[in-house]
Design a protein around this ligand. Structure first.
Ligand code: GP0
Length: 777
């Protein structure tokens, strides 16, 4: 049946509706289901090929309907169909994102799946089907409030439940079913369709009506509720794990279920001869969250299939590889041994076996006694997951060049000395299908007009734009597209936030999770400094600017929430000051997510990437902004370094201490001295305590103030060097502002950022994983 017919017939059959009187949710389900029927014949595994499996606690895929239709080449057909029935093709924007991820790590996983399918690489994702994804955020009196993300209320037309493929997962105190839901991962053009398999936890006892009596009923319900609790909710902490029992259960739940389903497939082909296993499967561990897969595979191979340790461990090492996403010490996962044993009593002995094997290996390398401490997987009553992930795999990679270098030189130096060949870099990337073709159609069309559409699957072709950088007509068109996207964003923001922004201002954007190391507070201070400068007359000829923020704070991260409140207070002050009319506006948008990013990024002139050098592993929004023609105002951190290397330092705005300079400054750093000596610093920092703003008597602002000047039990004063970088940041920000006034030369910089963004396609990244780690190229 034709795609359009299929939509109408679904509407009729399921809802008794015509397109005209269907609700957006009904239309969404009908269109999606019609597309699912369309793709079904191509959704199968190619036999006899090695597959890579991406194990990740998060997949932040974002809204799927438009991207799936685009990849199936059905988007225009669908839009025509909707228009024919008098429906706005943007109707599906009411369907919210499914947000089964926190931020960069989960979004990277989604980009990888898109890239692999597009390039016909057999890569499947394995994770958790959270009933509730990342919380939704709104502001009340400038404070963040959270509500549940009930993403299933729109239906879930892109998943297929496969109850016949369920597997049992056993904990010390509980048994549950893991039921898989498969989503098609559609490569561009629709030729290759891989699978994202997400597991849902369900109770094991079917309710037995014959035994019905009150007590049994309650027991059955309790058992079911406790099972479902495992996949109920995504932990909202980005970069900081919580050593919670339920979190460990989640990790084991999807690790064990995924391994069981892979092994079931394998055994069906080969019986119990496991000698081909690592030639047929590669498993990538997305951070340490799925690392319990390592002892679990060992447990299955040894405990259930009776392989000897050496043989099983070789299979484990050859199969698994590990990606590290952060050097923040607090993010390196450790589990209390007692907790681990009580949740996973049958897995723990295999952790000990791995640790014993490690100790033997250390001994054979002449590392003895106390020198072994920093390697031991079980050490001071903790299970160190990163250590296990490095020792029991054949590959450990960082996610940007500088990040990998820091891992090798410092954070994991002892491991690098032991296994130098295991370490490698895979600089992150983003998919240009979502982050250009879909989110910025005017720019996509413009590029296609100039160089053809090959860039959609080969982003390096953007290089062919370079010769056009000196053509002023081309630049004028480029500028016009940015202006158009700003207007669209303003209309959207007016609707969402009730705030009217000026579309002809500079758009300066910082969007990412709220974290001290990402330094949204530094951005806020700098805005205040410009504000005071404008009021005093110190800052002259300032090109009017909208300062935009988007970020969620982990609900328990008190300081991060204080920073949100602080920025909202600044926005209130500045937006309410009649003298600032036509000069500056500040806005913190609510509920920043993938779909919001798709609107903010194309409209940005300036991409704020201001983390303390050495703290942001890679960053990925930096790449999205670059691709959409914004200049980076940033530190030499993460992938910013590689971005300016490609696009030219002269086309971006770098400032601040380098990794090396920060290291050198560390011991002699006195933020209080800077504060006392520099009146500009003092003035902005004092707004935290001098009554300029109110934190609703929570004490949040004073606590932020103290964190900068006094420190706390667990850290020194100003641990992220805001005050050190403050003046260079303000100066550089004013320089961008001056440069912007020369519209043509500024647009040239933006244009050259787009033209040089080729390297940052996740197509490049995923091919590196495929060739250098998984051997599926
Ligand atoms: C890193 F360790 N990241 C973690 C984590 O727990 N969560 C997370 O999102 C991010 C990094 O902060 C990053 O720099 C990085 O690029 C991303 O992982 C993917 O590698 C944010 O962009």
């Amino acid at each position: 049946m034709k795609f359009e017919k299929e939509i109408s017939s679904f509407l009729e059959l399921e809802y008794g509706k015509t397109p005209q009187d269907a609700t957006p949710t009904q239309l969404y389900n009908a269109v999606s289901k019609a597309a699912m029927r369309f793709l079904a014949p191509s959704w199968h595994k190619q036999p006899g090929k090695k597959r890579a499996c991406y194990f990740s606690a998060e997949f932040l895929v974002g809204r799927l309907v438009y991207s799936n239709l685009m990849n199936l080449r059905l988007l225009e057909k669908c839009e025509d169909y909707l228009k024919q029935h008098g429906i706005d093709p943007a109707v599906f924007e009411q369907i919210e994102d499914d947000a089964l991820g926190n931020g960069g790590l989960g979004r990277l996983a989604a980009c990888f799946l898109d890239s692999a399918a597009t390039h016909n690489l057999p890569l499947d994702g394995y994770g958790i089907r959270y009933r509730y994804g990342l919380f939704k955020q709104y502001f009340k009196d400038g404070f963040q409030k959270e509500t549940a993300d009930d993403w299933l209320r729109f239906g879930d037309p892109w998943s297929v439940c496969r109850p016949q493929e369920k597997v049992m997962v056993e904990f010390g105190d509980q048994k549950v079913w893991a039921v898989p839901y498969d989503m098609p991962v559609i490569g561009f053009g629709g030729k290759t369709i891989n699978t994202l398999r997400l597991w849902e936890a369900q109770g094991v006892n079917e309710f037995d009506f014959d035994l019905f009596n009150k007590q049994q009923y309650e027991l059955a319900v309790k058992e079911r509720d406790e099972a479902e609790w495992i996949s109920a909710v995504l932990y909202p902490n980005d970069d900081t794990p919580q050593g919670k029992r339920l979190r460990l259960k989640q990790q084991y739940f999807f690790s064990s279920a995924s391994l069981q389903s892979i092994l079931r497939e394998y055994v069906a082909r080969h019986g119990e001869d496991f000698s081909f296993f690592s030639q047929e499967y590669a498993i990538q561990l997305n951070d340490t969250h799925p690392t319990v897969s390592i002892p679990e595979l060992l447990r299955i191979l040894m405990g259930e299939y009776h392989l000897p340790f050496d043989q099983a461990f070789t299979i484990v090492k050859d199969t698994f590889a590990y990606t590290n996403h952060t050097i923040m010490a607090e993010a390196l996962e450790k589990w209390d041994v007692n907790l681990f044993v009580s949740v996973l009593p049958s897995v723990y002995p295999y952790v000990v076996m791995i640790d014993d094997s490690l100790k033997r290996e250390l001994r054979s390398c002449g590392i003895l006694g106390g020198d072994q401490e920093k390697y031991k997987i079980v050490c001071t009553n903790m299970v160190h997951m990163a250590r296990m992930a490095i020792y029991a795999t054949h590959s450990t990679n960082g996610v940007a060049r500088i990040h990998t270098e820091i891992l090798k030189d410092r954070v994991l130096h002892e491991w690098f000395s032991l296994y130098p060949d295991r370490f490698n870099n895979k600089t992150n990337g983003i998919t240009q299908r979502r982050w250009l073709a879909l989110c910025n159609r005017p720019l996509a069309d413009f590029i296609t007009q100039k160089i053809g559409d090959g860039w959609i699957t080969d982003l390096d072709q953007l290089e062919r734009l370079r010769p056009l950088a000196d053509d002023s007509t081309v630049l004028a068109q480029f500028m016009e597209i940015k202006a158009e996207k700003k207007k669209e964003l303003c209309a959207y923001i007016k609707e969402q936030e009730g705030v009217q922004l000026c579309a002809d201002f500079i758009f300066d954007v910082q969007i990412k999770r709220l974290h001290e190391y990402k330094r949204q507070l530094l951005n806020a201070f700098c805005i205040l400094d410009i504000y005071f400068g404008l009021k005093d007359g110190r800052v002259k000829d300032f090109y009017p600017t909208v300062f935009l923020f988007g970020a969620k704070a982990a609900p328990g991260y008190y300081r991060a929430k204080g920073i949100i409140k602080f920025i909202n207070e600044i926005a209130r002050l500045i937006n309410g000051d009649p003298k600032m009319k036509g000069k500056m506006q500040v806005l913190f948008v609510q509920n920043y997510n993938v779909s919001y990013a798709q609107k903010l990024i194309p409209a940005a002139d300036i991409s704020e990437q201001i983390s303390t050098a050495g703290t942001e592993a890679s960053g990925t929004s930096n790449m999205k902004f670059m691709l959409n023609g914004a200049v980076t105002l940033g530190t030499l951190d993460g992938a910013n370094i590689e971005i300016v290397e490609r696009a030219g330092e002269e086309n971006n705005y770098i400032f601040g201490a380098t990794v090396q300079e920060i290291e050198e400054a560390r011991d002699s750093y006195h933020p209080k001295k800077l504060y006392e000596e520099n009146p500009r610093i003092k003035r902005v920092v004092d707004t935290l305590i001098d009554g300029t703003f109110s934190d609703g008597k929570t004490g949040m602002f004073k606590e932020l103030y103290d964190s900068l000047l006094e420190g706390a039990d667990w850290h020194k004063a100003d641990q992220y060097y805001l005050l050190l970088d403050f003046i260079p940041y303000c100066e550089q920000r004013l320089k961008v502002n001056r440069d912007y006034a020369d519209r043509l030369s500024f647009t040239r910089k933006c244009f050259l950022n787009t033209a040089n963004a080729g390297k940052f396609s996740s197509d490049r990244t995923i091919m590196e994983y495929a060739n250098e780690i998984w051997d599926i190229g």
